[in-house]
Write a protein that binds this ligand. Sequence first.
Ligand code: CS2
Length: 424
Amino acid sequence: MTGTAAPTDEGRLVHLGIGNFARAHTLVATDRAGGWSVVAFTGRSAAMADALNAQGGKYGLIVRGAEGDEVGIVDVIDAVHPADDVDALVALLADPFTAVVTLTITEKGYAAGNDPATSAPARIALGLRARREAGVEEPIALVSCDNLTGNGEVLRKAVLEAADAETRDWFDAHVDVISTMVDRITPSADAGASELVRERTGLDDQVPVVTEPFTEWVLEDRFRGRRPAWEKAGVQFTDDIELHELRKLRLLNGAHTLMAYAGQVAGVERVDEAIGHREVRALVEQLWSEARSTLDLPEDQLDAYTTALEERFRNPRLADQLVRIAADGSVKLPVRALPVIAERGGPENAPGEVAAVAAWTAWVTDRVRAGEEIKDPKADGIAAAAGLEDATERVTALLALLDVPAGDALIGAVVAEEARLPRA
Ligand code: CS2
């Protein structure tokens, strides 16, 4: 076992789920760290593979501050494969030069089951089996970069469930599963982004990335094998990852989820408009005061964090669409809002969090009834529930989709709160 290798050697990182977020965040840090190359796999759409390969893996990064844009090129990707190229992933994981796998597969990707055709954790399990069979002793790290509490543990469980018995026995001695908190707000790129990249850098880029100036990445400090020298890019390592995760999930993502639904119900489309809407903003303040009470951090640090968040949300040039954040509510609310309601002792002590849930039930109901699409792994169940006439039956059926028991108190509170939400 070669667990003493220096953490900053050269190596190969494999990334699963190459959307905008990874390209705005973790891959930028890997580029800055130097020395490592990346082979990436797409999410569900293979189009990103063709587009990035056609431009040699390079892409433009537009950092969009309130005052102006900084444009650069990120050049760290060697090759991109479609998600379903399982043979390529298995070969890469069986190669000792591959020392790190990062994932941005979104919350729902961890509940995708044990079929490698549809589940990234199951594909990793196949790759680890090949690594074991090839006799590779060099440790490999699996790094989940998705918005889940204990994302490393969630990943570990999903991979082990899909793995064969011998790989399960081999796992602990050869695989580190690392929890992380990742943060950089990354909207969909606007229509002028390609032109801007061409103008400023000369790169003909079909898939540029637009992101905000703020960036934060904190990882658990327990890699036994090699990893990029991410600290050169300002990345932090910690022994207390959960606090970082909870702070971000409950304050940033919780407020995002509330604004995504309450903002749209109130008739606005972007995050800066939602935080500028008097009543939506008051709900965000309420949610923050409840979420803060569950976080074991000094008041001045929490003040600084929410003040900075408000400034990020107000960035008038980022144009972050609420509908982007509204996707997959059935897997986001159980992580972002419901734990705070439980920890505060029930809905009567968490009206701001209840408003986030009620804004979701109200928004999906409006949308289904208007015949518009809901992007969610439970879209069919949502459509069926949202069609129910009686409000209590409808809310009961919607909350049943959240995989967390919702008592009568929450159902009643959500029905009452739906009627109080600011409406367009
Ligand atoms: C957002 C996140 O899509 C969402 O649900 O809350 O993508 C958010 O922008 C990032 O977590 C910011 O780091």
